[in-house]
Design a protein around this ligand. Structure first.
Ligand SMILES: NC(=O)c1ccc[n+]([C@@H]2O[C@H](COP(=O)([O-])OP(=O)(O)OC[C@H]3O[C@@H](n4cnc5c(N)ncnc54)[C@H](OP(=O)(O)O)[C@@H]3O)[C@@H](O)[C@H]2O)c1
Length: 286
């Protein structure tokens, strides 16, 4: 994809009233780009933007991302208002901290509804536009926990691993259409992510996991001290889209990079440990 240089680009960004999404919208408007910004509360988005930026190129949209028709309607409004679409950023998401066995069916569905079904709704509505114009960029905001898993984050990892799987497939499907696809994998960033406004906790717990309760407390205390700067995070995402030649995975943060390196090492050790046995299940005549 060649990012437009002769006109403002049009971005469709989800989850924009706080954190990374809010910072993206702010910087994009400051660049002079056009932004369709989805949120559950346009009042919260507009209040957060205040008079820091000119909002004449902003289309704030109240959208329940889980609702296919609401998403389609939002994309229609965006293309009608701006006359097209260049970049789609699936950013909305939230954390959840509990042991796998403490996670209820409702909590599983809620997470996957936002992080998988919601993204899929946005892709189904936007891909035909990008595909037909043979240009565009899809950015799916995953996490380093979309690549490696740690205790207590099982449900969040399930959502982000699923997001990464569908995005890897999408990236390959889009090569024929000159649509670029990027997976963003942040480490800990100083957004609202670890506040009780964002981070979800289980409806009920057992006393079998005192280590996870302690970890939850420590995460809540980490708020305000995370390594990642969301201003620089948003800058990095925009820079990568404008350049358009980056790798599939954009790691954000030295913590994310270290976790990814450890995952690759563990995977390599696992490959070596199974190298002699993997072919034992093959048909001999195949
Ligand atoms: N901060 C981190 O440490 C970190 C690390 C790795 C990955 N990430 C990922 O980065 C993305 C942005 O998160 P952030 O750090 O900016 O956190 P944040 O400050 O809590 O903002 C999250 C955004 O996601 C939207 N959102 C949250 N829960 C939602 C729900 N149930 N349904 C629909 N939208 C919802 C919110 O949009 P509205 O309220 O406007 O609807 C909000 O603007 C997420 O996908 C997150 O998983 C963050």
């Amino acid at each position: 994809m060649s990012f437009p240089t002769d006109r403002p680009a049009t971005w469709f960004v989800t989850g924009t009233s706080r954190g990374l999404g809010l910072e993206l919208v702010t910087q994009l408007l400051q660049r002079g780009d056009q932004v369709a910004a989805t949120t559950r509360s346009t009042e919260r988005l507009l209040a957060a933007l205040g008079d820091r930026v000119d909002t004449s190129r902003l289309l704030p949209l109240t959208v329940d991302l889980r609702d296919d028709e609401q998403v389609r309607q939002a994309v229609r409004q965006a293309t009608e208002r701006f006359g097209g679409l260049d970049v789609v950023v699936n950013n909305a998401g939230y954390g959840y901290l509990a042991a796998v066995e403490e996670t209820s069916a409702r909590e599983v569905r809620d997470m996957l509804d936002v992080q998988v079904v919601g993204v899929w709704n946005v892709l189904r509505a936007t891909l035909p536009v990008l595909r037909e114009q043979k240009s565009g960029h899809v950015v799916n905001v995953s996490s380093i926990l979309g690549l490696t898993a740690v205790p207590g984050w099982g449900l969040y990892c399930a959502g982000k691993f699923a997001l990464e799987g569908l995005t890897e497939a999408l990236a390959q499907e889009m090569t024929d259409f000159d649509v670029k696809v990027t997976i963003v994998e942040p480490g800990y960033f100083r957004t609202d992510f670890l506040t009780t406004d964002s981070l979800a906790l289980p409806a009920s717990t057992t006393d079998a996991y005192p280590g996870l309760r302690e970890m939850t407390e420590n995460h809540l205390k980490l708020q305000g001290n995370q390594l990642g700067n969301p201003v620089k995070g948003a800058e990095a995402i925009i820079r990568e889209v404008v350049r358009g030649d980056g790798p599939l995975r954009q790691l954000l943060g030295s913590d994310a990079h270290a976790y990814a390196a450890a995952k690759v090492d563990a995977l390599r050790a696992n490959l070596e440990a199974t190298a002699q046995t993997a072919d034992a299940t093959d048909f001999a005549d195949a």
